[in-house]
Design a protein. Structure first.
Ligand SMILES: *Cc1c(COP(=O)(O)O)cnc(C)c1O
Length: 395
């Protein structure tokens, strides 16, 4: 079955995985199973765990459908599902870390992950050290006798540094150190994290799996060596998703590759167009040859999604940014991404980085490109850039 899944195309896989009409009276989709109690027929079944399902926290057909589908597309030995991406990241870290361990975190990591480390992990005596995300095999110099986990996120949140994942996982494996990656941007469709040596891969399903800004979900997949420990950690926390949410995620899964292809095409079109606007100094999009890390992206990734950043020229200040963003017509101002609608937010990594210096030379904006017509998006952005004011003389 696994060989069959690998031989067929991703579109075909996504239409077939995680559902079995024969088990559902012929209906195409796995329905929403809600439930806590499972009834056993005999004492023997009850006492010797002979039933397929035993209790709601241990799994339902709805949850299992999503877990098995995700494991297949991620190339993982197993997957567990959490109620949010951040919850999934916490679960991954709690799987590989214990009190007294040394954890290496990229300075470009998603900020709430950093907060989780500073609050919960620090409280339990984990030693956290931030590293330059582009360190590649130089990471070896940071190893200590108690280093147990290296966390990766590629590209980095907001700033889009691409990490040399194969170089880092190769060294980690040789030293018996576990690697966890936040693979949300690329998804397993554009970056097969386990094939590149990562032990655990985390996806905020909130983004492209949901795809409609109406779902919070996290997925944690693991390779064969790490899977038993991940499942054990998960079962002891019972941090499971709602049944309706799994149904929405399974629905999102069927069209995910089409939405990703559209995100790639539209994202690149707008990124290249932004790079030509006189107010823009630089565009941080790994698929653009001008972006640092482009060569690594080309080597390791199968595609790019629709989230990228731009750095404005130095003459614009926070007031200019407010003049631009307060009056956008199509772009919404808000967090998260991967939905059907375009978003734009200002950001400043300098507020929290500790191992590297964020000094891009101008104020920064992050854009999520949705499914609107790109000509409309360009018109909205062009009007916004006009509102920046101040810069006209230096164009
Ligand atoms: C959004 C996001 C998360 C967290 O997902 P939530 O479901 O919002 O908790 C984690 N990592 C990255 C890179 C994200 O963009």
């Amino acid at each position: 079955m696994k060989r069959d899944a690998e031989a067929i195309g991703i579109g075909t896989q996504l239409t077939r995985l995680g559902r079995d009409p024969q088990e559902q009276h012929g209906f195409v989709n796995t329905p929403v199973y809600r439930g806590s109690t499972v009834i056993f027929k005999t004492v023997d079944d009850l006492e010797n765990s002979r039933a397929k399902y035993a209790y709601g926290t241990l799994g339902t057909p709805t949850i299992e459908s999503l877990e098995s589908a995700w494991s297949a597309i991620a190339g993982a030995a197993g997957t567990v599902i959490s109620p949010s991406g951040l919850g999934a990241l916490a679960l991954a870290l709690l799987t590989t870390l214990k009190s007294g361990d040394h954890l290496l975190m990229p300075d470009s990591v998603y900020r709430p992950t950093r907060t989780f480390c500073a609050t919960l992990l620090a409280k339990f005596g984990v030693e956290i050290e931030y590293y330059d995300p582009v360190i590649a095999d130089g990471i070896e110099e940071l190893f200590k006798s108690n280093t147990s986990t290296i966390f990766l996120e590629s590209p980095g949140s907001q700033s889009f540094e691409i990490q040399d994942v194969p170089a880092i996982t190769r060294i980690a494996r040789a030293r018996g150190i576990k690697t966890i990656i936040d693979n949300t941007w690329a998804t397993p469709i554009f970056f097969r994290a386990h094939d590149h040596g990562c032990d655990i891969s985390v996806e905020a399903g909130t983004k492209y799996l949901g795809g409609h800004s109406d779902l919070l979900m996290g997925l944690v997949s693991a390779n064969a060596q790490t899977w038993p420990e991940l499942r054990k950690t998960y079962d002891s926390l019972a941090m499971l998703p709602g049944a309706e949410d799994c149904f929405l995620a399974l629905r999102g899964l069927r069209t995910m590759h089409l939405r990703l292809e559209a995100a790639q095409r539209r994202g690149l079109e707008i990124a290249a167009w932004m790079a030509e606007q006189p107010e823009v100094m630089r565009v941080l999009h790994p698929a653009l040859p001008s972006c640092p890390g482009h060569e690594l992206w080309k080597r390791d990734f199968k595609g790019a999604t629709g989230l990228f950043s731009v750095i404005l020229k130095p003459q614009f200040d926070k007031q200019s940014i407010a003049a631009m963003l307060d009056h956008m017509e199509i772009f919404g101002m808000g967090y998260s991404w991967g939905g059907f609608e375009s978003l734009i937010v200002p950001f400043d990594c300098g507020e929290y980085r500790t191992a590297t210096r964020w000094a891009p030379g101008g104020l920064a904006l992050r854009l999520q490109i949705g499914l609107e017509d790109t000509e409309d998006l360009k018109r909205d952005l062009r009007s916004g850039l006009d509102r920046l004011g101040g810069g006209a003389g230096s164009r």
